[in-house]
Design a protein around this ligand. Sequence first.
Ligand SMILES: [Zn+2]
Length: 134
Amino acid sequence: MKPRAPLQDLLRCRRCGKNIADRRYPLLIDATNPRCPKCIFKSLASRHLRKSGSWTALRDLFVRQGFRCAYSGCHLVLGGNATIDHRIPKSKGGKCTIDNLQWVTGEINDLKGCTNHDDFLRLCKAVSSCSAVQ
Ligand SMILES: [Zn+2]
């Protein structure tokens, strides 16, 4: 009996039609809307960098961060918990440039909200050194 091919060898990206067999990046495949890493990077670049042509900048940042959340160090998975955060939020004048972006988990992104990077770090440190009794 032949071993079964992994799911990602069978699925094709809904956007570009290419086989989703790119094992360079941690990827969660949504079987109802399968997308390859490149198309996920392009989609995020289109939203956060305002031009999909700069998707490689987001990819390179993802690699530089070691596929880990900038704050918690948790492993990030494309199509899963990996989200883009603005270090200085757009609502506070932050720009849509790669220097102002970082990869974080969706959970951290929700918690950070429209807090500046420096303020959020200060809060994280205060919480981690908190000795409050439960
Ligand atoms: Zn694709």
